[in-house]
Design a protein around this ligand. Sequence first.
Ligand code: ZN
Length: 176
Amino acid sequence: MDDQKIERLTNDEYRALEALMQDGRMSATELSRRIGVSRATASRLIESLKKKGIAFVPRFYDGSLYAFVVSTRSTPVPEGAEAYDLIDGNRLMVVKGADIHEIEQALSNIPNKSSYLIGTGKVGEKVIKANLVCDFCGGPIQGTPVLFKKGRRTYYACCQNCLQGLKKKLGRPESN
Ligand SMILES: [Zn+2]
């Protein structure tokens, strides 16, 4: 994990980031609808997030293997496998395994195989990597930051403890 710090995000950029973290493949049009801005603004927000160091990266290969097995339609579907009935009357099953041994084991339990392929991971998915840093302890924020608004600035904390520390450091929060 690199510890490149990102520049502070504006509130709109943060809202865009939140939406994009749920679906990194979201189009600018969809993002604009989601956060209630124009499409041009949404595109601009995506660009500025990229400039500020938010990485839009392909999903990391998690080491799993996938076997795509064609068998007869009467073949029972192994537990945890996805299966599709094919137009030609056969059945396609997708079996996931942690390594080649698990895959071989799973394959040996499937009768009437006519063919199979082994894949190493899904492609086309995108995840968002945002190196947000805690404004109190300076540590990286895993998952969703705890937000604290003071004046026109939004601060990020990595946990409730840091949030409390941050509030103390910044003085009493303005009463609403
Ligand atoms: Zn912290």
